[in-house]
Design a protein around this ligand. Structure first.
Ligand SMILES: [Zn+2]
Length: 344
């Protein structure tokens, strides 16, 4: 093991592995100790979960590195772990990455056994239950091949074996400058992440899903009236409009009524004042509303659990302070009536 680490390590790197849990090492994690402090909090044969803290920004994330076992029965332990795992804080971003030895959907693979058996659904069910989702990516769709058949190399191009997903989590933004709007100093990571996805039109709304997967209905589950799209979910939907009106009324804010894309463009310009309290509140409310509407949509689809528009609005107004979130500076504490801005 020491020999392997010496061969791949760059200066200042440290390593941890799941060798204690797996008898032989299946997962080896290396990191630059000059930039990140990383601590393993749980290891099993198929996963290694760590808490990583940036030495520069002091931001913490939880990362689960995965290497799924070969049989569906063995992998069911992995799916159970993903279903039931909870990061130490509800505000910590949790990233799950690696080789799951499974595909989320039939279009994620080529060749081999073409049947889509029931056990294939477990991967998707577990990440849906955990409330996590696949980040957007660019580049080739398939990132691995077993070199068994030239059919795995579309258009004769070599298939990249490195995954771009990690790089996309942060620091890659759409052309319009949504950086401050989304990743402001006081941002709540899970809110910011969903807003970032929604701003790019990359949430897996039913209109997008239907282009690759057969789904039973295209209708928005919040109103059951129109096809679910980003524009519907965040502009046209009666449910969202009622929530949005209540939340902004409570905070004393007004927004123009315009399609989703235009609203983001407008907010980038209108709320780009870093230290202006109104702008800060507007940015936090936008992120909290987009996140909570998406969560409500997911709860209805995956858990058949429905919350009314007034209840959801009150959840947004009450904010994550109810679950222990503390804002980082006193600056935003002196504001009006939005729980997560008060920090108490
Ligand atoms: Zn709707």
């Amino acid at each position: 093991m020491q020999g392997v680490q010496e061969q791949i390590a760059m200066q200042g790197w440290e390593f941890t592995s799941n060798i204690q849990a797996a008898h032989h090492c299946r997962i080896l994690v290396g990191w630059n100790a000059n930039k990140v402090k990383l601590q393993c909090i749980h290891a099993e044969s198929q996963w290694l979960t760590c808490e990583a803290v940036s030495l520069h920004t002091k931001e913490a994330i939880t990362v689960t590195f995965v290497y799924g076992l070969n049989s569906p029965a063995e992998r069911s332990h992995l799916w159970n772990y993903i279903r039931n795992f909870k990061p130490a804080s509800t505000n910590t971003l949790w990233v799950v990455l690696g080789d799951f030895n499974a595909a989320l959907r039939p279009s994620d693979r080529q060749g081999g056994d073409t049947r889509w058996l029931k056990h294939h659904e477990e991967f998707r069910e577990s990440i849906n239950n955990a409330g996590i989702f696949q980040p957007p990516y660019t580049g080739v769709h398939l990132t691995w091949d077993n070199e068994a058949s030239p059919a795995w190399e579309p258009d004769g191009a070599p298939v990249s074996k490195s995954s771009p997903a990690w790089e996309l989590i942060r620091n890659h933004f759409p052309a319009k400058d949504t950086h401050l709007l989304i990743w402001q100093k006081e941002h709540i990571p899970r809110h910011a992440f969903i807003l970032w996805m929604a701003a790019q039109g990359r949430l897996r709304t039913r209109d997008r899903l239907s282009t690759t997967t057969a789904i039973p209905s295209l209708l928005c589950v919040l109103c059951n009236q129109e096809t679910e799209s980003h524009d519907h979910l965040y502009f046209r939907c009666h449910y969202t409009r009622a929530v949005w009106k209540t939340v902004n009324g409570h905070a004393g804010l007004t927004w123009p009524s315009m399609p989703w894309n235009q609203l983001i463009d407008w907010a980038v310009i209108a709320h780009n004042h870093r230290r202006n309290v109104n702008s800060m509140i507007a940015r936090l409310i936008l992120a909290a509303s987009v996140y909570n509407v998406w969560q409500e949509r997911n709860r209805r689809i995956f858990s058949h659990h429905f919350q009314g528009r007034d209840y959801l609005a009150s959840e947004i107004i009450q904010g994550p302070s109810a679950s222990g979130y503390q804002p980082k500076s006193d600056f935003v504490k002196a504001e009006r009536g939005i729980g997560y801005l008060r920090g108490s």
